[in-house]
Structures are given as C-alpha cells and as structure tokens.
Design a protein. Structure first.
Length: 322
C-alpha cells in the first residue's frame, strides 16, 4: 500500500526501506529498531522526527533516544484514554521521551500539560493530515473512482475497518458487519478492505449493497470520501478528514483521541455493537454537514512544524551531523 501512496502524493522513493513486516507487534517493533540502528549510525542526523502512533513511530523513537539523538514527535498529545489500544501505549511512551512535541489539536496541549510535560517541549502547530487533504483535494477531484464504481449522482456511504480490537475477533467483526448490512439496505456502502481485515473475512459474503473492493490510493479514497453521504470508520485520521470536509462520520469505537471532531458535531462515537451502530445511524440526520476546521487546521501546520523544529534545534544545538 505504501508504494501507491508515494505515487499519489508525488513523493520520492525512500532512501531506506526497512522491510520490517512481522507477525506480531513486538517482533515488528524489535525488527525496526534493529534495522534502523545502522541507518542512524551512518547518517548521524541532527534530530529524528517520528509521526503518529504506529509501531514504527515507537520503534524509531526508542532507537533514537537510546542512541542519544534529539527526538521530535509530530501529532503529539492525542489520547483515547484506552490503554488496551496499542496506539495509545505508543503515544504515551513517545510523547514522554520526546524532546519536542508538535501538537495537532488543543486537547493534545491539555493532555500533555496534565501529564506534566515541560512547556518548552510543546508547540501547538495544527494538523498535518489536514494540510495534506487541503493541498490534494483539487487533484483528488480528477479521480474517476466514483464513476468507475457506478456511483456518480447516487448517495452512498464509505466504510473503513482495520483496528485489531474490531477485526481480530470473529465475533466482534461480525457484530459490526451485521450492522453494516442493515445500514446498506437503506444506503449502499463502499468498503475498501484493509489487508488486515481481508485476512479475517476472506469468505465473508456481505449484503449485495455492500461493495467490497481492494484498498484504494490516497487520491481515489479522498474523492470517494468527499462525495459520500456518511463515513463509518475506526480510523483516527479519517475522523480528521471527514471533519475538514463536512462529511458526517460514525466512528466504530467507544472512544476517540480526536475529541475536536466530536465537539464540532461532525463525528459521533457509534461504538462497536450492532445496536449501538444502528442507534448512531438513526441519529445521522441531526449531525453537522458543514466543513469544520478546529484551531490551526488551516493548511499551514507544516510551516509551523518547520519553524518549531528550527527554533528547537537552534536552541538545543541538536545531536549528530546533517
């Protein structure tokens, strides 16, 4: 999937590909650390920048700090307050050991202050994900995915599902799918199936109005999402994107690390049970359909990140070489 995203975003191929796929989170984290060590030794960077909350974020952060490099975390401070989520543990650890935390929404600043983070290590910069969305929305409108799926002029919803808590257990997954089947009797749904999810429901025959397809590239998915009537997802990033687009979002979780999306009325926690999801679906007409941009979700977060990093490295002197 990464190759498609690099092409869609016109990004160059990475200088290093760690090829660190693994069966378990622990194996993957260890493998990334092992393969990143010689890269950091060779490059001697002034700082290591990690983004988000995935296993590579944690692994790179641990490697950097153990080797004495300055560590910067973008998208810092987000909290679901659910430590059963692997991402929450990653966020807590990385924020704690980072030398500079670049915070995407105001709740992140509150969370880090409450945890005792020094003020000089925090900078509120806004959402890089919204930067990406706003800068690529025009290009995404050229995508033919809506036409290719025969959906032009028709209302439809979009589904994404990938979190271990939702898809790893057959019972939980089928509870969600049963609700989606019910919803699809009223609104056709398009379901680009994440590889993790596909591996756990390869023989599943959903209702005829749930259109399952392979994962989509960034531009195709952005076009599909921006034209939809509703998105049902367990993705944190999609919650931000739907808020910026003014697309109602039903989050298939009991919590979110992005409370700004709830406060603005564009997102609602639907839970993960059949009855809870249908209850949220019935309440959909009351949700906001206006694009909403929380503080600093203005397309200029990247510039503020650059300024914050330059200021921090100038003040601290950094570590390493280039």
């Amino acid at each position: 999937m990464s190759g498609r995203f690099l092409r869609d975003l016109a990004l160059p191929a990475p200088h290093y590909d760690l090829a660190a796929g693994a069966e378990s989170q622990i194996q993957q984290t260890a493998l990334i650390m092992q393969r990143l060590e010689p890269v950091l030794m060779a490059e001697r960077p002034s700082a290591v920048l990690v983004v988000g909350d995935v296993n590579s974020t944690l692994a790179a952060a641990l490697a950097a700090k153990k080797m004495g490099f300055t560590l910067i975390h973008a998208e810092a401070g987000l909290r679901s307050f659910d430590r059963s989520m692997p991402e929450e543990l990653n966020r807590l650890i990385v924020d704690t050991i980072s030398d500079l935390n670049l915070v995407s929404e105001e709740s992140g600043m509150r969370n880090l202050h409450a945890e005792g983070a020094p003020k000089e290590k925090l900078r509120f910069v806004g959402s890089l994900m919204v930067d990406c969305l706003l800068s690529h929305l025009g290009e995404a409108h050229k995508s033919r995915i809506v036409e290719d799926l025969g959906l032009r002029g028709q209302p439809y919803g979009v589904v994404t599902l990938h979190r271990p808590g939702n898809v790893d257990g057959a019972g939980q997954l089928m509870e969600i799918v049963r609700a989606l089947e019910e919803i699809s009797s009223e609104l056709p749904l398009v379901f680009p199936v994440h590889p993790r999810t596909a591996a756990r429901m390869p023989q599943r025959n959903c209702a005829p109005k749930i259109r399952m397809c392979d994962p989509l590239g960034y531009l195709d998915f952005l076009r599909l999402m921006s034209n939809s009537a509703v998105v049902l997802t367990d993705s944190g990033g999609v919650q931000e994107e739907t808020t910026a687009l003014g697309i109602p979002c039903l989050t298939l979780r009991d919590n979110t690390e992005r409370p700004a999306t709830l406060e603005l009325g564009t997102n609602r926690l639907a839970g993960t049970t059949y009855h809870g999801i249908l209850r949220a679906w019935r309440e959909l007409p009351g949700m906001s359909r206006r694009p909403a941009l929380p503080a600093l979700w203005d397309g200029h977060a990247a510039a503020r990140c650059v300024e914050a990093i330059r200021s921090h490295l100038g003040r601290s002197g950094g570590t390493g070489g280039a």
